[in-house]
Design a protein around this ligand. Structure first.
Ligand code: GDP
Length: 175
């Protein structure tokens, strides 16, 4: 984690998916001790930031937006998606209906931020005993829609850094 506020690029990344899949937990895991949650009560969204240095030396500041539970009771506000260059689309590998909903979330992304690079994330792999969605199904959906794909566990930290860094590097390489 870089301490100063100097960076070469700033990227807005939205984290979507059904309520309870682990969006907030993934953001918290990645942003770690540097966690800074800015509550924006007027628009009902929250974001946290993390600055990373890529292998080539570029310093990226990621602004990670959380839906803050809006998806529970109404559609996510348009302002949430505005200006996003990346998206993490999360489902819960132990909960099949959260996987069935990723098509809906992908449609929302294509409608509101069609240029965004999308990383599909199957979260909660630590709960192997109650897995409901195979890695092949996740991979199949990702291939079909040309998305990046990682399985992860916010709880055990597996795959989380990989998911965010792959997404940010891809955005960077395309910008
Ligand atoms: P959100 O509604 O998508 O933001 O989901 P949260 O981050 O609030 O997580 C919902 C619930 O799932 C919470 O009880 C979390 O502790 C739990 N959770 C999140 N990620 C994981 C994970 O990787 N493994 C396990 N076992 N539980 C998780």
């Amino acid at each position: 984690e870089l301490q100063n506020e100097t960076y070469d690029f700033i990227f807005k990344v939205v984290v979507c998916g059904d309520s309870g899949v682990g969006k907030s937990s993934l953001i918290k895991r990645f942003t770690d001790e540097s966690f800074s949650l800015d509550l924006k009560p007027t628009i009902g969204v929250e974001f946290a930031t993390k600055t990373i240095r890529l292998e080539g030396g570029s310093v990226l500041k990621a602004q990670l937006w959380d839906t803050a539970g809006q998806e529970r009771y109404r559609a996510v506000a348009q302002s949430y998606y505005r200006g996003a260059v990346g998206a993490m689309l999360v489902y819960d590998t132990t909960f099949g209906s959260s996987f069935d909903k990723i098509g809906y979330w992908l449609d929302e992304l294509e409608k509101h931020c069609p240029e965004a690079v999308v990383m599909l994330v199957g979260n909660k792999t630590d709960l192997a005993d109650i897995r409901a969605v195979s890695i092949e199904r996740g991979l199949g959906f990702a291939k079909e829609h040309s998305l990046l794909f990682v399985e992860a566990s916010a709880k055990s930290a597996t795959g989380v850094e990989d998911a965010f860094v792959q997404l940010l590097s891809t955005i960077h390489s395309q910008s």
